[in-house]
Design a protein around this ligand. Structure first.
Ligand code: FAD
Length: 386
């Protein structure tokens, strides 16, 4: 079976690459097909994403965004960041910044469902699911062997198969992996006071607590803590977990009640040494994994999909989608944005994790100072809105 493009990985990034490559003949190899879901009004998933306005625009362009039920989307109108000395804080406000919203919060399964509904209706797309890619041979084209023995041939194979990417390893692309020494504990809560569509974040001298607004009085938590503390939080009963989060958030949202059991994700940073080879490209977590403190991992992956799709479907490529010079354009286009985001996220993580009173004074003064510098704040914001 021959295609222009084989995408390995049916997560949000792989599905978006397949959508963005409309017009080409595409095969999508996905470990699993998300179950068709009906979303109960009171049942919100703990795994949520804060999507930037740039990502939303892209999802709209590939006809996915408008298929998401509006009652599962929460606009973020403001963001409040607190330092670890009680007084330091910074506020970003959509209204002051001249944008309608800073981000949208959407559940993973809701986004996946909208993406897969669009894929099912896409002409020229063949879906192989459940299926796994088990071998790749690169030569004049890419030959992909599936776990059921079927063989696919394509001018280009895109590895969008996540942090443990099989495609990356099979192609011999090295990846640098550094553990952050933290685990993210996630869960949803009901809060006593209205969140006002504000995303809250507390830097706690190492740990980082984020509460993202969900519809009604709900919030979604990402609490990045040392692995031992994560184990303690995971072992708490619902009431005790609610009390811990209420205390850590300085009762900003009043009493907090757990709505679902917590889940834990060990955090690491992964950087692939390159994103392309002749007839092969990486996208999303397969190419780069960053700390969730800035909520930018999927946003970066969606930008990869957008950039790759535009390059592949733009001017007809002379030698086909697997042409190395064409793929190098994708790598160059993405390189700077990925590097900048990685540096910002890693820098913030190190600055707010550094021990000692001098480091503490510096970061808290920095937060207050940035809050009073509209030009700097707007520059930071412009970056986050992409
Ligand atoms: C706690 C937490 C909170 C986060 N919050 C945010 C946020 O607010 N905003 C944001 O932008 N990002 C966030 N992120 C990051 C985001 O979750 C990831 O960047 C994103 O999910 C990566 O998507 P992906 O499609 O690249 O990879 P995945 O979602 O990992 O998908 C990879 C897919 O490939 C499939 N696969 C793997 N191997 C094979 C194979 N051999 N053959 C076929 N298929 C295969 C898998 O089954 C999977 O479906 C967060 C991350 C964490 C841990």
């Amino acid at each position: 079976m021959r295609f222009d493009l084989v995408v390995v990985g049916g997560g949000a990034v792989g599905a978006s690459v397949a959508r963005a490559a409309r017009g080409l003949s595409v095969a999508l190899v996905a470990g699993a097909r998300p179950a068709a879901a009906r979303f109960a009004p009171d049942d919100f998933e703990g795994r949520v994403y804060a999507l930037s306005p740039g990502s939303v625009e892209f999802l709209r362009a590939i006809r996915v965004w408008d298929a998401i039920p509006p009652d599962r989307l929460t606009p973020v109108h403001a963001m409040r960041v607190f330092g670890d000395d009680r007084a330091a804080s910074m506020t970003f406000d959509a209204y002051d910044s001249g944008v309608a919203e800073l981000a949208w919060i959407v559940e993973d399964r809701v986004l996946q469902e909208a993406l897969w509904r669009a894929l099912d209706a896409q002409d020229g797309l063949e879906i192989f699911a459940p299926a796994r890619c088990e071998a790749i041979a690169l030569g004049d084209s890419a030959r992909i062997t599936l776990d059921d023995g079927r063989m696919l041939e394509a001018d280009l194979v895109v590895g969008a198969d996540g942090a443990e990417s099989f495609v990356r390893a099979a192609a011999g692309i090295a990846a640098r992996e550094i553990p952050y020494g933290q685990t993210a504990v996630i869960a949803n809560f009901a809060c006593e006071r209205p969140h006002g569509n504000t995303a809250f974040q507390w830097f706690q001298g190492g740990p980082i607590l984020a509460l993202l607004p969900l519809p009604g009085d709900r919030v979604s938590m990402v609490w990045s803590v040392a692995p031992e503390r994560a184990a303690e939080l995971m072992a708490l009963d619902a009431d005790a977990l609610g009390r811990s989060v209420c205390e850590a958030s300085k009762s900003k949202l009043g009493a907090i009640t757990a709505l679902c059991p917590p889940q834990a994700y060990p955090l690491r940073r992964i950087t692939a040494s390159r994103m392309v080879l002749p007839h092969l490209a990486l996208a999303g977590d397969a190419a780069h994994v960053v700390h969730p403190l800035a909520g930018q991992g999927l946003n970066l992956g969606l930008q990869d999909a957008q950039s790759l799709g535009a390059i592949l479907t733009g001017r007809p490529p002379v030698r086909g989608p697997g042409d190395y010079l064409l793929l190098r354009r994708y790598e160059r286009e993405r390189g700077e944005a990925i590097l900048a985001m990685r540096a910002a996220v890693h820098g913030l993580h190190s600055l707010f994790g550094a021990a000692g009173p001098a480091a503490r004074r510096l970061r808290n003064a920095g937060l207050n100072l940035t809050d009073r510098m509209p030009v700097l704040k707007n520059a930071l914001l412009r970056h986050a809105l992409r």
